[in-house]
Design a protein around this ligand. Structure first.
Ligand code: MG
Length: 297
């Protein structure tokens, strides 16, 4: 079927990510007391090899570590190093696979779906919450947002079912408009979850992108509600270690407390020139703990 027939054959057209606002749940009281589980991407941690990075993370009070891509060949190494530590694998930061999952070339789409399924199997083996998936960055799809919604309505149920089988989730990540024209706000990701109707499809929020795209971070997290299973953080301006730009996360933390968030807040950031992550990451963790305390609801 050619592209125009494919879209004509589908119903609707308002565009979920394009315009439909997900209905915010009301949280009179948090379902559970929220927890701040500090986490970092592996690449951000200083240390010579994973064992040293994990030792630093433990010393600084971290609870989670996030790996890039699909570390399928490292499962044993990761399990061995994390055994007898309080560190859990939070998520795999997998990305968009060049936009292959939303490609109109069915061979590419199949290959993208299969690669995401393989990453979900790795996430399941590592007991990670999920695999972070971005439908497309700029330049990776010439479809319109409403068309992308429809492609994802076909793709997400299949990968969501596989995520459930693996005991994990696909985590949709909204990005700033400088990186993608498609999925920019948490409420759009929630609408895609609702359309997919799969418990294997969930979302995450990234403070760096949210700072540019969300009018109200607290409300955005509340709208995401129990579908929010991961959070990224970086400094507000320079996307370096939080604290580098006199950063304040209190309002967003209020949203996380309101929904009884139990998952991880993970560093996805660079390092400002002249700063030492050995010194700055523990300071950042203490700063986030203070702001978490200050975030009363
Ligand atoms: Mg991110």
């Amino acid at each position: 079927m050619d592209r125009s027939k494919f879209f004509k054959s589908m119903i609707g057209g308002a565009g979920l990510a394009a315009g439909l606002a997900a209905k915010a749940k009301s949280y009179a009281a948090p379902p559970k007391q929220a927890q701040l589980n500090l986490c970092s991407q592996e690449g951000r941690l200083p240390g010579n090899g994973l064992r040293e990075k994990v030792a630093n993370l433990v010393a600084w009070g971290g609870k989670g570590i996030e790996f890039g891509g699909n570390p399928g060949g490292r499962i044993k190494e990761i399990q061995e190093i994390l055994a007898d530590t309080p560190i859990r694998v939070s998520a795999l930061c997998w990305g968009s696979c060049n936009g292959d999952l939303v490609s109109m070339d069915m061979k590419k789409r199949r290959s993208g779906i299969d690669q995401l399924k393989s990453a979900l199997e790795t996430a399941g083996a590592l007991k990670a919450n999920g695999v972070i998936f971005v439908p497309c960055f700029h330049g990776q799809s010439d479809l319109k947002p409403a068309e992308l919604d429809k492609v994802l309505a076909e793709v997400l149920p299949e990968v969501g079912a596989h995520a459930v089988e693996c005991g994990t989730h696909v985590l949709l990540e909204p990005l700033q408009a400088a990186e993608t024209f498609y999925l920019n706000r948490l409420e759009q990701a929630v609408a895609l979850c609702e359309a997919a109707k799969s418990p294997g499809i969930a979302i995450m929020g990234d403070f760096f992108h949210m700072n540019r795209q969300e009018r109200d971070e607290r409300k955005a997290f509340v709208t995401a509600g129990d579908r929010l299973l991961h959070v990224h953080t970086a400094s507000r301006k320079t996307r370096t270690i939080p604290g580098s730009d006199k950063d304040n996360y209190v309002d967003g933390f209020r949203g996380l407390k309101k929904i009884g968030y139990q998952q991880f807040v993970s560093l996805e950031c660079g390092v400002k020139r002249g700063f030492d992550p050995m010194k700055q990451i523990p300071e950042c963790f203490r700063m986030m703990e203070r702001q978490w305390e200050a975030a009363t609801i």
